[in-house]
Design a protein around this ligand. Structure first.
Ligand code: ZN
Length: 100
């Protein structure tokens, strides 16, 4: 099972500790919001569809239902404009992620 991840950085992560570099996602099994520490270097991210994305993604385990899932792609979001575009381009609704 795969789900889209988002990694906020720069402006988009201003309200957060800079050490707290995380990938956020919604579990495709149970729909719970989750996150994991980001592991992949930013050099692995490539521009696709106007966003810096890591197509390989990362493996994660849902803290709610304990199922393993693949978070891919992981999209790097830098600022408010990108955040708006991201939310318009990718839906974060769990039931719609399921149908991808
Ligand atoms: Zn889950």
């Amino acid at each position: 099972m795969e789900t889209i991840g988002v990694r906020y950085t720069a402006w988009a992560a201003l309200d957060r500790d800079p050490q707290d570099d995380r990938v956020e996602f919604h579990c495709p099994h149970c729909g719970a919001a989750g996150w994991k520490p980001a592991r992949r270097p930013r050099s692995e991210y490539r521009f696709t569809d106007g966003f810096l994305q890591d197509e390989q993604g990362e493996m994660a385990v849902c803290r709610s239902c304990r199922q393993r899932l693949r978070v891919a792609p992981v999209v790097l979001v830098h600022d408010a404009d990108e955040k708006r575009r991201f939310e318009a381009f990718f839906t974060l609704e769990p039931e719609l992620v399921l149908s991808r």
